[in-house]
Design a protein around this ligand. Sequence first.
Ligand code: SAM
Length: 264
Amino acid sequence: THFGFETIAEALKEQKVGAVFSSVASSYDTMNDLMSLGIHRLWKDYFVRNLNPGSNPLTSPSTTVQGWNILDIAGGTGDIAFRMLDHASTINNDAHTRVTVADINPDMLAEGRKRALETPYARSPRLSFVEANAEHLTNIPGNSIDLYTVAFGIRNFTNKDAALREAFRVLKPGGVFACLEFSKVNNSLFDAVYKRWSFGAIPLIGQLVAGDRDSYQYLVESIERFPSQTEFRDMIKDAGFLVPGRGWEDLTGGIAAIHKGVKP
Ligand code: SAM
């Protein structure tokens, strides 16, 4: 049946994405640094600084619960979560903001848990890791999250619209959806250089450093297939969000972009 084909195709895609991330989990940081020449760290720093976790309440403040309740989806290695907690503590003097890192891949979560041991949050109730599929966040109640973040994750999701609808459901009214993702370079000369780099060098670096050309080839192709800034902004709107301004901010000429939506 049509339904049967669809589920098989989706299951295969999910399996493929799973294999890619299991295979890159341990060499993940080195590869990111090589692939982006270290720039992914600056993008992540900016993303977190710009969201300013633990500052004024995003949603109507509760009288009993302080700090922000953040859900970092596809957050496997904890990169965004640790930055969020550091920012809330050191910049906003807030010891209550907490982050749940959700990821579909147990190997990425294991890597994140391991890294957490080197942070002050390892045994803190402010940080937790859960295995979950962004498209069905069954264990996360509706209207419970202040800030939903997804960094370099959504382009791997089988059904991005379903994930956006789930983001909308779990956020409180006034809550913010924020996505950091590879996007479309907006200068044709720069784009030509960038394409040479990504299609030429990245699979080769993958082969040499991680012994895994195919996973890195997949990553490059998934970036190419991901919607443009305006298309993605429209998908966010279609899920019910209000988008501030034009809806996104380009980083490094559009190699990456930050998209935001607010749940009315
Ligand atoms: N956010 C981290 C960062 O910026 O370094 C990790 C990004 S990594 C490129 C993409 C992550 O998306 C992987 O950990 C993968 O397991 C996760 N992922 C892929 N599909 C997912 C899904 N449907 N639900 C939740 N996580 C998913």
